[in-house]
Design a protein. Sequence first.
Lengths: 99, 306, 402
Amino acid sequence: MAKKGWKKLSPGGLVTEAGSSVEYQTGTWRSWRPVVDRTKCNYCLRCWAYCPDGSVLVEDGRVVGVDLDHCKGCGICACECPQQAITMVEEIKAKLEES
Amino acid sequence: MTLKLSDAVKEQDLLAPGHRACLGCAEPTIVRQILHAIEGPVIVASPTGCLEIITTPFPATAWRVPWIHVAFENVASVLSGVETAYRVLRKKGKIADRDITFVAFAGDGATYDIGLQFLSGAMERGHKFVYVCLNNEAYMNTGIQRSSATPLGAWTTTTPVGKGVPGKKHIRKDITGIMVAHNIPYVAQAAPHAWRDLMAKARKAAKADGPSFINVLTPCARGWRYEPGDTMAISRLATETYMWPLFEVEAGKWRLNAMPEKKPVAEWFKSQRRFAHLLWPENKGVLADIQQKIDHDWDVLLKRCG
Amino acid sequence: MSHVAEYVQGEAVALEGDFVVAEAMRQINPDVVAAYPITPQTEIVQKFSEFVANGEVDTEFIAVESEFAAMSATIGAAAAGARAMTATCGAGLALMWEMLWCASGMRIPIVMTVVNRSLSAPLNILTDQTDMMASRDTGWLQIYAENHQEAYDNTLQAVRICSHPDIKIPIMAGLAGFVLGHTLGRVEILPDDVVRKFVGEHHQDHPLLDLAHPVTIGAFDHHDNFFEHKRQQWEAFDNALKIIPEIGEEFGRLTGRYYGHVDPYCLDDADLVIVIIGSGAGALRAAIDEMRADGAKVGMLKLRTFRPFPADAVADALRGKKAIAVMDRVTCFGGEGTPTFAEVCQALFTRNIDTKVVNYIYGVGGRDTVPAEFCQVYADLLHVAETGNTAPVRRYLGLRDF
């Protein structure tokens, strides 16, 4: 995205577009990727509560996956899941498997 | 209304992803939990620090609520001004007649040290806002320098472990006690692994008839030197070793929220490399002193909580 | 200047300078005032607190615990969408120095009265202009009052100036501590409804309290945006150069008292000019009257606006003069001369105006300057004009120089 000159730039550090950080893909930071075994998940939603990046995807109260655009692969979810439903796999391997 | 994650999950996160927090940082977790817990509209203020930096690199922002940052020391004063403007403009009918909760998310540096005057002034004047201290026990954003929240014996870059000096020589400032001494309606200590307790406290604080203060232990993988995925486990260990008791003080009445089975403080020190030197044989005395202090503080707390 | 048929008649009263400002604030009726007492500003906050206690204003007054907190809370209130004012001076202004940069960098319109006081050390609570002059770089607009009437008029105009959509920079309005602040002066106070109409309703773009449009105020810049943000502040200063006299003209059409950037006195046929800011202009005026009665061709150029520095107005007024003395009531160190002197010289030099300029430091730490001393300056200027010799550049008026 081309940078704005002073005439068009929002003055004084004001940002009017709420939540615009979503455009930045922190998922590119990942070295490890969480993989959710949905058969083991008991919907306690602790992973959702603990995720620093709001990257646990929940639909109708059930964990359906991970927001790969933003998940940084910290591993808190895998560590905390009481059902051990989440495993961390190497990002490189996961990417290779995808392609 | 009981706090349920299955309800909370239906509301959009008021802190958006894409912020630049380190892997496993507890700060955005705590912010997410608290903003889900508080009912009604929220306006947030932050001082300079990790949270402010990771969430607002111009021209992006992770905040989906109104948010203001001015400087390092003065979030309590800034929020005093915001809260006052809100009361005046609401009274004059210039803004909608609805309740807004004001929340400060501030690091321990901004709270215990450089911002203490401003915090004290705001508390004394009775401004109605929730002050959440994101306590990672050092000035983390500038590279892990000690604050007065840094525990005894901890390594930081300004309390390094040198020849014969085992890290920080001074005990933590009792900021929670200082806040209680200001006679504000609600003071609490919380930790992110205990999400239900933290969220209940945030909701209570938001409803307090005056200022409230919640000191939240915020494990930091970078500064405390542990693996990022262990953040919640570390948080849990802090309460289990009695390093970080969970309690609340409502209108001066103390109440303990958790009485876990006690683990020796050596467990705590084993879990993070900022304390590794405290397990060396030559520091056995320091370790014993610290255990004694923790035991003493716990007894005092138990007595206060009746 | 065209004269309208009728100017609004104010009520003539005798008031202490600080009370004049408090009265102006009462009429403006800001939403929030956050202030900390410091001599000789205290009378303002004390009097204003009385207005609050008696319900004569709708203002919420935050009795903060330091000047740093005062400016912080004022910024917070203004960013939220309130009309916010404060007052301080001397060490208080120094204490909030970091916040001055934040207020201006965040483009928050705030009116702050500065009851000009010296800076320690040694501790001195009396008047000089060091407090405001030493913060001339902080991105605030700065105007000064010569007397009680100007203190009143400046406070009202300041509200309009700082919040003008093409400006949005906070403003300091200075008046001399004790000399104006604590003395009685004759002031025409306008009717409340006239003031209300002149200052108008407060409007803030993107207030924090607008829940429907959540904004982030105070994001941080990397190297990629900071310069552009600062360039915007320069633009606002350039706009203020134009707008301050426009508002002064509007005020003049209302009251008969017209304001611009500078106030010339007996300049037309003057060969020698003394440039001055603030209350000292009163004593200088008296000296000039005396000297003119003796046939001296001397005049005064009083600067009302210091920031933005009105270089064109100053240069136009001083073009063709033979010798100029620039008075600075400051303890600003390290330059060959002091700030006003430096900026006057720059204005002349860049416009290729060839003349002689010398610098006088006077009246610091509350030292009184009497008309006879200004007559001495005139005598010096005569010598400068005759000989063309400006040495020494920096002179001290009224110093026990032994």
